[in-house]
Structure formats: C-alpha cells, structure tokens
Design a binder for this molecule. Structure first.
Ligand SMILES: CC(C)(COP(=O)(O)OP(=O)(O)OC[C@H]1O[C@@H](n2cnc3c(N)ncnc32)[C@H](O)[C@@H]1OP(=O)(O)O)[C@@H](O)C(=O)NCCC(=O)NCCS
Length: 284
C-alpha cells in the first residue's frame, strides 16, 4: 500500500525532465517535441518530481524569472496516484519556491476554484485554436529572427509583453530544432514583432506571436504558417485580444480548449493588444 510518508519531492535532473513532457502529452496538452531543453534551461532548479519509493509519481514546474515573477506549470500526478494528497504537496513546494514573487499560471478550468482558494485571481482566458494552413506568399518584412536581431533586441521588444526578463528561456526557444523563429522588420529596421513555430506531438504550435498591430501579426502568422513543420497548427490566444481571435478566424479554424490565466499577487501590466499568441501555457 502507498504510504504518504514515503513521498520525496526534489528538483528534477535534466534526464528526468523528459518524463514531465511525456505526462503532459498524456494529458492531451500536446507539448513541443523539443520543449524539454528550453523549459529546463529557463530555471534548472525550478522543476520538481515527487517520488514514491524512488518511483516518479508526479511533477510540477515553479520557474523563477528573477526575483519578481514566477510561473507554475506541468502540475501533474500520475492518474493511478491521484487523490492521495501528493498533488497538494507538489503545489506547496512550488509556492514555497516562488514565495515573495508574483506567480502566474494557466489553469485548466476545473481547477480554477482550487487555485482561487490559494489566493490566485482570474485574469483572462487563453483559448487554443487549431488552424488550417493557408498557402500565402511569405511577406518580405518577415525575416529570420536570429539572423537579423540579437536576443537582446528580442528581450527589449517583449518588455511589456512578458512580466520579467527571460533570457535563459529565449536562448533555447528562439532556436527550435524543428521549427523557426521569425521577426517582423518595421520602420528603420527596428523589430516590430516576432513569432516562433515548433513541431509538437501533434502538428505544430505557434508561440509566442507578438506584434505591434494586426497587420504585423497577420504577416508573421502567414510567415510562420509557411514554415510549419507539420499541420495542423495550434495557437493559444488571450481572449482579451479580440483582434487576435478575429485574425485566426480569417482561416479555417476550430476551438480546441481554454485555460484560465491567474496571478496570486497582481495582474502584470502587459500590453495584451500586442499578444496575438502566448509563448507557452506551461511557462507563461
Ligand atoms: C491536479 C492534480 C495534479 C492534483 O493531484 P492529486 O494528487 O490528485 O491532488 P491531491 O490528492 O493532493 O488533492 C486533493 C484535493 O485537493 C485539492 N487540490 C488539488 N490541487 C490543489 C491546488 N493546487 N490548490 C488547492 N487545492 C488543490 C483538490 O480539491 C483535490 O481534490 P480532488 O482530487 O477532488 O480534485 C491531478 O489531479 C492531475 O494530475 N490532474 C491532471 C493534470 C491537471 O489537470 N493538472 C492541473 C493543470 S492546471
């Protein structure tokens, strides 16, 4: 019989972290094939595994972005071990690790009330859409991001689009092994948006898709579609950006799922009107 006091929670090693993505895939979250490297690199001591008699039974990510912001994701207990209090222990570990920071998460809707009891406040929904690929010429303003812009240009661009600097995440995220990162060249050559598409368990996912305006977002979306490793394409859009929703509805689109973005201290002052696609639901 499982004994509660056999449970050990400790940071995951890199080679163990792949398991978290396997479990995420079983939950139907459709992670990217190479997400593990970028996720782990973001904060190597911020991913936890629960071991029962040395066997992994659950995991959670509590990624710190500096001293001010953190994000909880990949909160999973193996189905046969649920309802025994292991999840709550992982959760407490995650909150403890991120204490004194504003913490965000994208919760499945069934869990929203649980998180509210712990002080998390609903901000908006992120809606996942499945898109058909449109065969459209890639606009000339869309360029290979890493060839034209530095990681610091990207960090500067997304200052009001993500609650804290995330250079460690970007280092890997902008170089997807099966995918591409594209930039939008604006006036005077400055960066006016960027987006990433990567191969996932099923199809491909776009995230983030950041742009100064609707036309820019459309050009980047077409560019990313043109580089899709495989159809169909998925994208998570903050419901608060109505133009973003309208944009994907220009193609053959269907709604897949939705999550609740929540924060426990305050809603960061992000420019949602420029967020046409969330980077990831697992790391923010
Ligand atoms: C969510 C999950 C990790 C909880 O793990 P668990 O080991 O079953 O949870 P516990 O036994 O510790 O929880 C006991 C109760 O505490 C509550 N609880 C669980 N997590 C909680 C949290 N983070 N905050 C507050 N309450 C919580 C719930 O009411 C739960 O009751 P329930 O089993 O009837 O839902 C698990 O159900 C799971 O893996 N679900 C599928 C993946 C998923 O949806 N993850 C959450 C994504 S946002």
């Amino acid at each position: 019989m499982d004994k509660d006091n056999d449970l050990v929670i400790r940071p995951m090693k890199r080679h163990e972290f792949d398991l978290a993505l396997v479990w995420a895939a079983r939950e139907g979250w459709n992670p990217g094939l190479h997400d593990a490297d970028a996720f782990y690199n973001s904060d190597p001591t911020g991913h936890f595994v629960a071991l029962l008699s040395k066997v992994p039974v659950g995991c959670i990510s509590a990624v710190a972005y500096g001293d001010t912001f953190g994000f909880i994701g990949l909160y999973i207990v193996k189905p046969e071990h649920r309802g025994k209090g292991y999840g709550i222990k992982l959760w407490r570990q995650a909150l403890h690790r991120l204490e004194r920071r504003n913490v965000g998460l994208d919760g499945v809707l069934e869990r929203q009330q649980d998180y509210e009891r712990d002080g998390f406040v609903y901000a908006y929904r992120n809606i996942r859409y499945e898109l058909g690929i449109m065969k459209i010429a890639i606009p000339r303003s869309v360029v290979d991001l890493r060839k034209k812009y530095s990681i610091h240009d990207v960090a500067e661009y997304e200052k009001n689009l993500f609650p804290a600097p995330r250079i460690l995440f970007l280092q890997k995220w902008l170089n997807p092994p099966q995918g591409v990162a594209l930039g939008l060249e604006g006036n005077n050559g400055r960066l006016a948006g960027y987006g990433v598409i990567r191969k996932c368990i099923k199809g491909s996912k776009i995230g983030p898709l950041f742009a100064d305006n609707l036309n820019g977002a459309r050009e980047l979306l077409y560019g990313l579609m043109g580089h899709a490793p495989e159809p169909p394409i998925y994208i998570d859009i903050p419901e608060a950006n109505g133009l973003g929703i309208d944009l994907v509805k220009e193609s053959d689109v269907s709604k897949v799922s939705e999550t609740a973005r929540m924060y426990n201290v305050c809603h960061p002052n992000l420019d949602l009107s420029r967020i046409y696609g969330v980077s990831t639901l697992e790391l923010g």
